[in-house]
Ligand binder design. Sequence first.
Ligand code: NAD
Length: 414
Amino acid sequence: MIEDSLAKKAQKQLYKAAKEINLDKNLLKILEKPMRILRVSVPIKLDNGRTKVFTGFRCQYNNAKGPTKGGVRYHPEVTEEEIVALAAWMTWKCALLDLPYGGAKGGIICDPTKLSETERERMTRRYTSEIMPILGPHIDIPAPDVYTTSKTMAWIMDTFSMMKGYTEPSIVTGKPEILGGSKGRKEATGKGVAIIIREYFKAMKKSLEGTRVAIQGFGNVGGHAALFLSQMGAKIAAVSDVSGALVNPDGLDVPGLLDCVQKHACVIKHPGKQIDREQVLYQDVDILIPAALENQIHRKNAHKIKAKVIVEGANGPTTPEADDILEGRKITVIPDILANAGGVVVSHLEWVQALSGLFWEEDQVNAELERKMVKSFQDVWKRSTQKNISLRCAAYSVAIERIAEVYRYRGLFP
Ligand code: NAD
């Protein structure tokens, strides 16, 4: 049996929730398709004088609730259907967190590790100019994702501003603070993951103290989640990144690991017992956080998972087939659209600050992040327990119901 494409998987999750809430069939016809996909050629001059042409995408999945919002990813395995699936997930995530946004995603098929900084800058600027007709602070607002950073956002902002003839900080989020970025944005996704885990343990009447956690991917999301969870008393027993994996059942030294990644861009330069990268998924731990890429837990390895709860730091790390296997094995999955929503919550605050020109202190940002994450967890938990459905199905149901309500008021143009 061949597993479905990512876009098909995203659709399957939508259909399941649509059935659960008895969604109007006509509305489902709208929600099952992306509103707009732009495919662009991105030619740049390489440092060696040759020209290279990359392919990029921007998908705006649905804008019923507001301007579309979503990251830009640089990765050799980017595909159009992956971008569509990620844009759909952004749509449901923004609705679940009750943000005034629709969902989008962008990406360029490239290996950013093989490009120099100046080549990455030229590629980012040309990509921005190619998707410019569909960008705008009230149209579509990019943010960082895999292999894009605050510096990438600064290049997008500068390119957009230069082409418009005025400085427009609200065109991107996740930008450096000096350009109007928000305090607390960098840590927000990982902090959100930790808040959701804390709330889940509270709801289960269990203590986080001493619980063991394995984390796949030690980048922005995984690294910050590790830091906040260790501060909450959990033990980070295993971590991995592209370079390999480290384990210590008594808990790894998280600040040391973060320093190591800062200095060497990999975890394995840190002292500790190394294991095969994939083995991180199968550790005997309480919590597993996949925080790298999608499709990591699938029908062929779901039976090997020993964790009692999987918290999706990454977008789409569990396939629907794996979801069914895990449900059968009574392993709880806290879905991506809830678990990793901290980033878009603070992105929204960043956008509000840039639009208003008034900037917040970090404790104000963190208090709002905390409030939004706790409220959304409670919405999902309540739906899941009342209807006896999985947390994923509950999260989708709450999100899609909100979008359906928007359509009931707005109607269908023309
Ligand atoms: P990142 O580039 O900072 O980190 C990705 C990490 O995954 C790196 O440590 C990398 O080495 C590792 N990795 C890649 N392939 C791996 C593999 N096969 N095995 C183990 N590790 C591997 O990216 P990020 O921003 O942390 O994003 C990670 C995931 O979280 C993505 O799915 C992204 O869409 C999602 N996400 C990110 C944010 C955000 O604010 N950054 C918000 C929501 C969701």
